[in-house]
Every structure is written in structure tokens, then in C-alpha cells.
Design a protein around this ligand. Sequence first.
Ligand code: PLP
Length: 310
Amino acid sequence: MGFFVHAYQPIHILFLNTHNHMFKPNPIPYQTCTLANTTITVKRVDRVHTTISGNKFYKLKYNLMQAKQQGFNQILSFGGAYSNHIFAIAHACNAYGFDSIGIIRGQELASKPLNHTLQTAQSLGMQLDFISRSDYRNKHTSEFLAQLKAQYPNAYIIPEGGTNQLAVKGCSEILSKEDTQNFDVIVLAVGTGGTIAGIMNTCISDNSNQQVIGFSALNSDYQADDINKLISNNYNNWQLYKDDVFGGYGKYNDELLAFIESIKQQASIPLEPIYTGKAMYRLQQLLKQGEFESKRILFIHTGGLQAFEY
Ligand SMILES: *Cc1c(COP(=O)(O)O)cnc(C)c1O
């Protein structure tokens, strides 16, 4: 029976299966650390792949499969100078035979030495196209996209931060069956929300008692609505905390850096101050206030270390 099911799979499914090795995950380690006298488990999704780290691995997986299947040989996306997304795309395209184009925020950067993120991307073959901050702000408009499509007719375009339905589908593979059974609360850092949406979709189908807590890297009031649009069903068992502690995206202080250092010393878990460090710090704050008492907590390490290791 299994043989016949396999033999009569539609052709596009066969194609996807043959390309599954493209995104073969490494085994993902779990570690523990202690916050406010509570032991939490950390799933080191940053270790999912040697070069395509963390949630970006899952966000790119089905997009690149789709691009291959549709015959594209070029991937185009957007990001800032330190973008984990751009870095991951450059690596993935280099490994899987796509040309890559990075539209980078900040025209002034074109005449400066490249930082580690951009230098790596370029050395992997990514074409860097620097645009002004005002053009960058307009990158979602239909005029801008039409112009881009005219300029790069053969490119598969992935939005900034990589969030679309295929990214959400990939992120629904982050939680394993065991994760949905062994933990009461899932905690993670949030940017565009694609990752948390994928995780919630897993909870919706596998364990709707699981509580999902997102700590945003942004200080925005509109994100929860956007995230609700990405999930497969209503989910009431989740909360999003905006970054009203450190002042918003990319902002951090010495206290946060000291906290990150303390976690590294205590548990050998590296964090960074844009996403994972803030999320872990905010989790500690809530634990100190008595939240999640006697709950089994799983913190998803989404990666992002590339910009801070140099
Ligand atoms: C990109 C990124 C996020 C945000 O992911 P979204 O799907 O955009 O919410 C979180 N953590 C790290 C380390 C990232 O690089």
C-alpha cells in the first residue's frame, strides 16, 4: 500500500521531496538555564544549520523550494545592514544554486566599508543594491514593486524579514510533537511575526492548551492584528509584549548586555541584544512578578548571532 501511495503522488510533491535535502535540519540541542529561580528549557534552533541559522532556516525552506519549482534562479529580498534575513538568504542561495540580490536600506552605505554581515553576503555572491531610506520605506508600494520587477524580471521576491504564508508553513515545523506535549508555555522573540504564527499553527493543530508568549523587538501597537491574520484559526492562548522596556527596534542598554553576559556565563547560551536577549530578559521580569508559576517553559532560541560574533 505504501508503495502505491508513493508511486501515485502528484508530480509536484515528488519534486519537493527530492529537494528536501536542501533544507535538512541538524539535530537541535536543548539546554536549561535558571531565571528568577525557575529552570527553563532552551531549544537551540540557532543550531539548526551551520550557515542558515535559526528561524530563518524555516522561513526560507518552502520559499526556496517554490522558487526552484517555478523555475526562478534568482532570489531578491530586503534588509538593513545587519539583517539576519539577508545573511541567511546569501548563504542559502550560495548553497542551493540561486543568484541573490539584497536591496539594502541606506544609500550612504554604498561608499563605506562593508560590515561583517554585508561583506559575507557579498562574498557569497549576493549582489548588494543600496537604496535611500525613503525609497526603502516605500518598498511595499505597488509602484516600487513594479519597478523592481521590471529591473529584475527573473527574481523570486521575498518580503523584508521573510514573512509570507510559505514562511509561516516552514515555522510550523519548529515545534516537535514532543515539544507540544512536554511544555506548558512557549516563549520566543518576535519581529514580523511569521515565526510565532507558525508556532501557533502547530499549537492549534496539536495542543491548544499550550500558551504562547511573544516578546517583540519592536515598540508597535499593531503587530498582534497582523499576526492574527497569519494563523490558521483563532487562538486565544497567546500574548504579545511590545518592546516598551528598551525603547524599540535595535535599542538596548548596558543592563541588557550584562544580562546576556550572565546567561552566557551561567548556561553557555549565547544571546544577542536585538531579539533573543530582550526576550529572555523580559521572560525573567515576568517570572520575577510570579507569572508562569510551576509551568514548564520552553524558550525558542531563534538565532541572530551572526551580527554580534564579530
Ligand atoms: C528574524 C528574527 C526574529 C523575528 O522573526 P519573525 O518571524 O520576523 O517574527 C526573531 N529572532 C531572531 C534572532 C531573528 O533573526
